[in-house]
Design a protein around this ligand. Structure first.
Ligand code: PMP
Length: 457
């Protein structure tokens, strides 16, 4: 379709008539009309009215390398000319799938050497569930099928992903939650820590896992899954004591530890994987988003030697896979994306330079009358808007406050996401210090507008 000479209203009308958007109140969106994004470059987007917007969310936490990288387009084009598609089911493979497998084994933590490909984070998480349950079957312990997750975790939107996630509103609408899933408390010190120090609270939150394992029966628990930093839950960074204790408990009860790296992977926290930032040694890792910087859909599960060796040896055929598992064009783009991130030192720069600078500048907002805590690592951060900074009292209508702030951002050329009362940022990893300064200026301006609306300035 020729987009030239068509107007914003034209696309809005088509959208209103036919398009159901994800995670959207369609009625209220249709009343307002959607914003039509037409192009992007670096860290900026442009809409169909010519407005420039700073993308503080890298799309949906995924455009790690930034927009407009011709190398990725060329990689896709080359591969599509040569072999646009073939499956990996029928005893066949393709060159990009093999090379990406090797590359992923190289950049992921030690002991993770095998990969299963899928297309989205949700599909990767579904694959985790299939793999974990099959592993315990072939190990002769089929009753070990319970997977423990956390409240306010996000693991995708398929039936399995939504069940595993701990988002109450999603559970309430689904009515089809999968059996064999348990949720424990999240490690959100600011909200739930009370009089405990963050370190004490981190231990308490981790020990909830041990309590639940004992309630369910250790012989029934297959795995624990967690995001190193909870992303969609509002960028909740656990206290330092949390992950080591989780690791200890999983080892004590011989339970598989799964890190959902869909957001934290591929440099977001200043290391290639969030597991490195937090010293987690996962048995399996789900990943997506930054793997191809969102240029084409692709996801994967890294499978550690313990699980992979056992499945390869004992499972026979594993009845699982997707038409597009190991899609050649997506794999070619992911390879090019990882190569550029490596060759250009993008992850190192986030670790050593831009990440610390971004975090330092954002911490300045802790002086803002509306902001309780600011937390994050590398180029991901969350801040909570609070009623009372002294007592850590939250707003009763947190989501409304979040939406006020998000709308100010939207109207002032900035994408910053609201997760309830938490405002979150996850910009492209190629951001410069000057761009971070520009981002901070916009963030502060929009927080001031929000504070004024709430009578706090
Ligand atoms: N796991 C985590 C940790 C995520 O953040 C997301 C998406 N935000 C998913 C899984 C699901 O990924 P997708 O939307 O690609 O299905």
């Amino acid at each position: 379709m020729n987009h030239i000479n068509k107007s914003t209203e034209y696309w809005q009308e088509l959208d209103r008539a036919h398009h159901l958007h994800p995670f959207t109140d369609t009625k209220s969106l249709n009343e307002k009309g959607t914003r039509v994004i037409t192009k992007a470059d670096g860290i900026y987007l442009w809409d169909s009215d010519g407005n420039r917007v700073l993308d503080g969310m890298a799309g949906l936490w995924c455009v790690n390398i930034g927009y407009g990288r011709k190398e990725l387009v060329d990689a896709a084009q080359r591969q599509m000319m040569e072999l646009p598609y073939y499956n990996t089911f029928f005893q066949t493979t393709n060159a990009p799938a093999t090379e990406l497998s090797q590359l992923l084994a190289e950049i992921t933590p030690e002991g993770l050497n095998r990969v299963f490909f899928a297309n989205s984070g949700s599909e990767a998480v579904d694959t985790v569930i299939r793999l974990v349950r099959r592993y315990w079957q072939v190990e002769g312990q089929p009753d070990r099928n319970v997977i423990i997750s956390r409240n306010n975790a996000y693991h995708g939107s398929t039936v399995a992903g939504a069940s595993l996630g701990g988002m109450d509103p999603m559970h309430e609408q689904s009515g089809l939650m999968m059996p064999g899933i348990e949720h424990i408390m999240q490690p959100y010190w600011y909200k739930d820590g009370g009089d405990l120090s963050p370190e004490e609270f981190g231990l308490k939150a981790a020990q909830a896992l041990e309590e639940r394992i004992l309630e369910v029966g250790p012989e029934k628990v297959a795995a624990f899954i967690g995001e190193p930093i909870q992303g969609a839950g509002g960028v909740i960074v656990p206290p330092e004591t949390y992950w080591p204790e989780i690791q200890r408990i999983c080892e004590k009860y011989n339970i598989l530890l799964v890190a959902d790296e869909v957001i934290c992977g591929f440099g977001r926290t200043g290391n290639w994987f969030g597991s490195e930032t937090f010293g987690i040694k996962p048995d399996l890792m789900s990943m997506a988003k930054g793997m191809s910087s969102g240029y084409l859909p692709i996801s994967a599960v890294m499978v550690g030697d313990r699980v992979a060796d056992s499945l390869i040896e004992k499972s026979g055929e594993f009845y699982h896979g997707y038409t597009y598992s190991g899609h050649p064009a997506s794999c070619a783009v992911a390879i090019e994306n990882i190569r550029l991130m490596r060759d250009e030192g993008i992850v190192d720069r986030v670790r050593d330079e831009t990440g610390p600078y971004f975090q330092k500048r954002l911490r300045e907002l802790e002086d803002h009358p509306l902001i309780g805590e600011v937390v994050g690592y590398g180029l991901v951060a969350g801040m909570v808007m609070v009623k009372n900074k002294e007592t850590r009292e939250l707003f009763e209508n947190g989501s409304e406050v979040g939406n006020i702030c998000r709308d100010h951002c939207f109207n002032n050329g900035l994408i910053m996401r609201a997760c309830g009362d938490r405002m979150v940022l996850s910009p492209p990893l190629v951001m410069t210090k000057a761009e971070i300064d520009e981002l901070l200026e916009k963030v502060k301006y929009c927080l001031d507008l929000t504070a004024k609306d709430l009578g706090k300035l």
